[in-house]
Design a protein around this ligand. Structure first.
Ligand code: PLP
Length: 361
């Protein structure tokens, strides 16, 4: 029996459901409808010859760079943001380094950091899950080689200010600082303009607003010399041909994105109002989801998830995240999905009640 490296043997496992997600998918922050019809049309036109060839990333990287108003050398297309995180860990971390995250946050940071052999330093979010800029600065040491920040953050929906992110980047000149903008389209705030900062990287994805999570495509943006280092550890064929063929269509259909984002933001306001009316504590979100405290124990949130599932709506239990006992994360979609969601939500709350200690004061 082979034994994996120690860093791998001691990894915590992240087990999202990989099958059986039947119902309205309000659990994974995906687009709950699908991608632009232009993308689907491009999929239908795919030829066998196109799939027989190794994918050619460069021309599409050029189009993406033009879309972002940056140079092609400053962007690398990746197999989702997950691969971008993995590549950063691969390029900058080794055993004994420190890597810093603010908890609660996206699970894959810790996993890739630990797999690279780094010691992960978890800094708890400030009150109401605000970004703890001073605490992060205090925990930076000469061993800090990577800092990952989801902005907006998952699962809290909170957002750090641009000045705070720059304070972090400048306080840790020897660390790769990743600003993960997976939910950029829902808040419009970006750090891309600061990409000349030598240690700063920005990640974006087509998995969320663009509705292409199944195609697996994201990107990493950074200063040209840093990106050369990242390209060294990346496969030249990391993004598949179908995803590459679809990207220009996805980017060209900004009308579709604007329409979808508009509906999500309206749905988010409706959900936040409903939660307030029901006396459920929640945290104002800058993304396409809202974190809400539906109980005071992990059993409460599990019961809530199960009752919603019986009503055909999947939501995500976040009780095991730092500071999130009794919490669920609910993803928004277009109007008809919000209607279904709110109906199930109010019935579930009426049935289960909101236990003492969890309800809003
Ligand atoms: C903050 C954050 N980053 C990255 C991802 C994964 O993105 P991708 O599908 O592009 O790998 C997620 C997905 O939930 C996320 O919440």
């Amino acid at each position: 029996m082979l034994s994996p490296r120690e860093a791998v043997r001691t990894l915590p496992s992240y087990r999202p459901p990989l099958a059986g997600r039947d119902g309205l998918r309000s659990d994974f922050n995906e687009n709950t409808v699908g991608c632009s019809p232009r993308v689907l049309e491009r999929v239908r036109r795919t030829s066998g010859e196109e799939l027989a060839r190794y994918p050619e990333r460069a021309p599409i990287e050029n189009s993406v760079a033009t879309f972002l108003g940056i140079q092609p050398e400053e962007v690398l297309l990746t197999n989702g943001v997950d691969e971008a995180i993995h590549l950063l860990c691969e390029a900058y971390l080794q055993a004994g380094d420190e890597a810093l995250i603010v908890v609660p946050t996206y699970s894959m940071y810790r996993i890739y950091m630990m797999a690279a052999g780094a010691d992960v330093v978890s800094v708890p979010a400030a009150e109401d899950f605000r970004f703890p800029v001073a605490d992060v600065c205090r925990r930076i040491t000469p061993r800090t080689r990577m800092i990952a920040i989801a902005n907006p953050n998952n699962p809290t929906g909170s957002i750090a200010k641009q000045e705070e992110l720059m304070t972090i980047a400048r306080s840790a000149p020897d660390a790769a600082v990743l600003v993960d903008e997976a939910y950029f389209e829902f808040c419009g705030q970006t750090t891309i303009a600061k990409r000349d900062e030598k240690n700063l990287f920005v990640a974006r994805t087509f998995s969320k607003a663009y509705g292409m999570a199944g195609l697996r495509v994201g990107m990493l943006i950074g200063e040209e010399a840093q990106m050369r280092a990242i390209r060294r550890v990346s496969s030249p064929y990391n993004v598949n041909a179908l995803a590459l063929a679809c990207l220009p269509e996805a980017i060209a259909d900004q009308g579709y994105i604007q329409q979808y984002v508009g509906e999500v933001l309206a749905g988010r306001a409706r959900l936040e109002r409903s939660l307030q009316e029901c006396g459920v504590q929640f945290w104002p979100s800058a993304a396409n989801f809202v974190l809400a405290r539906v109980g005071s124990t992990a059993e409460d949130s599990a019961a809530f998830v199960e009752h919603m599932r019986r009503r055909g709506i999947l939501v995500r239990d976040r009780s095991s995240d730092h500071g999130c006992v009794g919490c669920v994360r609910i993803t928004l979609g277009p109007r008809e999905h919000t209607d279904r969601l709110l109906e199930a939500l109010t019935s579930t709350i009426a049935e289960l009640g909101i236990p003492e200690g969890a309800s809003q004061a």
